[in-house]
Design a protein around this ligand. Structure first.
Ligand SMILES: Nc1ncnc2c1ncn2[C@@H]1O[C@H](COP(=O)(O)OP(=O)(O)OP(=O)(O)O)[C@@H](O)[C@H]1O
Ligand SMILES: [Mg+2]
Length: 303
């Protein structure tokens, strides 16, 4: 898992690490949790990758682009007099958590950033799937501050609201049932059966996120270097562990060495990567050699 700030090379490091593991024969997946399509671009994939699906990219290497997709909320569905069946059909099997949380949100007014939550639930479902299917390495490219914090705190909030609804939501369920019998029946029946299962899946995914080897990425400039300490605090707050700090884009200027020195209190392996002119865009064949070198350095530092 990668952290850093604005163009420092998070995606480059994430993709390099994934390419390296895949090249070593491990079944690997790289997840773009940072919006946009920078992972696919860095991998030189030109054909659009279908969001929220496991897409095969190279031998042993699959890519998942996590995006929040728009959907008709339960409140809108009711306004539009949509059948419950039609509403639920928006969510394929693996995304069953989204309507549950949408209902919790819509009916109980639990304030949630639905797109962020949707992304989070997609990640949960993807991580569980990857684990079930026996992937050996999963690399997540995540924006370090807001994105990371939201990712980890969504876990708590979601599990808590699902549990609350299962434990003491009966009164509320009856109110809903009186107004909308179909939803009342769904919540009392299928929903109740699934809630524990979903809590367990979120917990499983969150545990694997917390167990991840977090890698900080910065460039040898003063403010990105000092920001690594803030990012590390966020990770520690959620009991995560940082394994290494990557300093990317080193040009060999004298002042860079003193900025790199500022990283020493981390007491982490520091991986230094020089600036390479040949890394800018284009086909993977042009950059693969360099990316593999970067990946090897990172992997060796976190062993
Ligand atoms: N060591 C390097 N030498 C030369 N170019 C590099 C190096 N590392 C990264 N780049 C280039 O810098 C740009 C930004 O890198 P990257 O996309 O990995 O950063 P990022 O931290 O993921 O950015 P964002 O915050 O936008 O997600 C890319 O064009 C990449 O090819
Ligand atoms: Mg990026």
């Amino acid at each position: 898992m990668k952290c850093g700030k604005g163009g420092v090379g998070k995606t480059t490091v994430a993709v390099s690490t994934a390419l390296y593991y895949a090249g070593q024969g491990y079944r690997t997946a790289v997840i773009d949790y940072d919006g946009g399509h920078s992972v696919t671009k860095t991998l030189g994939l030109t054909g659009g990758v279908r969001p929220n699906h496991i897409c095969h990219a190279y031998p042993k290497l699959d890519v998942i682009v996590v995006e929040s997709l728009s959907f008709t909320s339960i409140v809108q569905a009711k306004e539009k007099r949509l059948e419950l069946k039609e509403y639920l059909a928006q969510f394929p099997e693996d995304f069953g958590l989204v309507p549950l949380v949408d209902m919790v949100n819509g009916f109980f007014g639990i304030p949630t950033d639905i797109p962020a939550l949707q992304k989070f639930l997609t990640l949960v479902s993807m991580l569980c799937k990857l684990e079930d299917e026996g992937y050996e390495y999963v690399i997540i490219d995540v924006e370090p501050t807001a994105g990371l914090e939201r990712l980890l705190s969504n876990a708590d909030t979601t599990v808590r609201s699902l549990r609350n609804l299962s434990n003491q939501g009966m009164v509320s369920l009856m109110t809903i049932g009186a107004k909308w019998p179909d939803i009342g029946a769904y919540l009392k029946g299928d929903y109740m059966k699934k809630a524990d299962h979903y809590c367990a899946r979120i917990t499983q995914a969150v545990e694997s996120i917390v167990r991840a080897k977090f890698v900080l990425v910065c460039i040898p400039e003063y403010s990105p270097v000092t920001q690594t300490f803030e990012v590390r605090d966020i990770i520690h707050r959620f009991n995560g562990k940082v394994s290494a700090c990557v300093v990317n884009n080193i040009r060999g200027e004298p002042y860079e060495a003193s900025n790199i020195k500022l990283l020493e209190p981390h007491d982490l392996p520091i991986v230094q990567i020089e600036r390479r002119n040949s890394l800018h865009g284009g086909k993977l064949t042009n950059s693969k050699g360099i990316l593999l070198q970067i990946g090897r350095k990172v992997v060796e530092s976190i062993k």
